[in-house]
Design a protein around this ligand. Structure first.
Ligand code: FES
Length: 421
């Protein structure tokens, strides 16, 4: 880093004054500090002055020292210590700050400096011929992941090549700053890996799982069927220990006391394990459930296979009586009959993470051979249910599932030349 001195007298203006707007801003800023501590505003005022004139002059320092009641030398110390303050005139259209710290240097910062030398001026802190451009080398600007980079006023330009920096400088020189996109100059998302995502590859689900408020063990087993007369809540059916704000679905029922979250969770588990009055699982406690166990048993009565001994595929509407409660609650409606036997690890299919696997299970999809047998129509149903149009086809779930069903991870490696996931 070069020695930081004020510019030569020949370029120093005789005086400095804030614009009316900046003067008002400065006075308000000074007023934020307690009496006797006004000098704390020195850096904000120096920055405002630099934003106004492009650089910090001797007259600027004198003016700010006067405004803050500080000795001139104290303001000079601040201005010359922090490299964010420009002590020389800068280009009226761009001052290019090239990061020369290790990551950027390893990724080609020296070539960028050569571009600045050839297109602006051989030396840093010097203006080009028409006074529109200047440059300097700076320390890390915090965009190392997208090295090498330059900062120009408030923006950064990353993943630069010498050729791209030449284009940017030409555009700035021509007054076409609006044609340049700040940020990365290659096809990457912000600072994500340039070769594509390697983690968190799942797209966010379009709809969040509905929050299920904890219920007391003796809460109503299920919502009344459509058309049925609503039942008046009885004392026995009313929750005893749920705060009203935590159980909006039960608004209006008496509440005897609030309990801790831990107690409410215990109650919820107890209730989940218990059966309703008709001996069936308490479906009210399963709102939003995504487990394969619950959905598979609902659709096929636990058989899991069709008449041809292959996993059966049925539309939800084929058995509305069984699936309607879940659908009404906003949960995932099963559209396939889950095959018998242990579920496969669907997460080995690239594009399927824990959340998607859970939803697939809830749809009745649990095994590789099941996915391998899917038709285009089946995939369309799955993608629609997951709100991921084209996702399964694009990621070749079928091909991956065929390999995994045929020979597990070894076969997957043989077919795709890499480990699954
Ligand atoms: S090293 Fe260049 S931005 Fe950090």
């Amino acid at each position: 880093m070069s020695v930081r001195r004020l510019a030569e007298e020949s370029v120093q203006p005789a005086s400095f004054a804030f614009t009316a707007e900046n003067q008002a801003w400065a006075e308000k800023r000074i007023g934020l500090y307690p009496a006797g501590r006004q000098q704390s505003a020195v850096i904000p005022l120096l920055m405002r002055a630099q934003e106004q004139d492009g650089w910090v002059t001797r007259a600027t320092i004198e003016k700010i020292a006067e405004m803050l009641g500080m000795p001139y030398i104290r303001v000079l110390e601040v201005a010359t210590f922090y490299t964010q303050f420009q002590l020389q005139p800068v280009g009226t259209r761009a001052h290019v700050q090239v990061c020369g710290t290790t990551p950027c240097m390893l990724r080609g910062a020296e070539a960028l400096i050569e571009v600045c030398k050839s297109k602006i001026h051989h030396d840093p802190h010097h203006l080009n011929e028409d006074g529109t451009l200047s440059w300097e080398e700076v320390e890390c600007a915090g965009a190392c992941v997208n090295a090498p980079m330059v900062a120009i006023f408030q923006d950064t330009y990353e993943d630069l090549t010498p050729e791209r920096l030449e284009e940017i400088i030409d555009a700035l020189h021509a007054g076409r700053a609006d044609t340049i996109k700040p940020g990365t100059q290659i096809d990457r998302l912000n600072a994500a890996p340039a070769s594509g995502l390697v983690v968190l590859t799942e797209e966010p689900t379009a709809k969040r799982e509905k929050f299920v408020p904890p219920l007391a063990p003796d809460a109503p087993a299920a919502a009344p069927a459509a058309g049925a007369a609503p039942q008046a809540p009885t004392t026995a059916a009313q929750p005893k220990n749920i705060a009203p704000e935590a159980a909006p679905a039960l608004k209006g029922t008496p509440v005897e006391a609030k309990v801790s979250t831990a107690q409410a969770e215990k109650d919820r588990k107890d209730a989940s394990a218990s059966a309703g009055a008709d001996g069936k699982p308490n479906t009210a406690m399963r709102e939003g459930a995504t487990g394969a166990e619950s959905s598979a048993g609902k659709v096929d009565g636990g058989k899991g296979v069709g008449s041809d001994n292959k996993p059966a595929v049925v539309a939800a509407s084929d058995n509305p009586k069984e699936v309607t409660p879940n659908a009404e609650k906003g949960g995932v409606t099963p559209i396939f009959v889950a095959p018998a036997g242990a579920a496969d690890d669907l997460k080995l299919i690239s594009g399927v993470g824990p959340v998607i696997e859970s939803k697939l299970n809830a749809l009745g999809v649990t095994r590789y051979d099941q996915v391998a047998d899917f038709s285009d129509e089946d995939f369309a149903k799955v993608e629609a249910a997951l709100s991921f149009p084209g996702r399964a086809q694009r990621d070749n779930w079928k091909g991956q599932a065929e390999a995994l069903a045929k020979g597990g991870i070894e076969e997957y490696r043989r077919v795709f030349g890499k480990d699954p996931r």
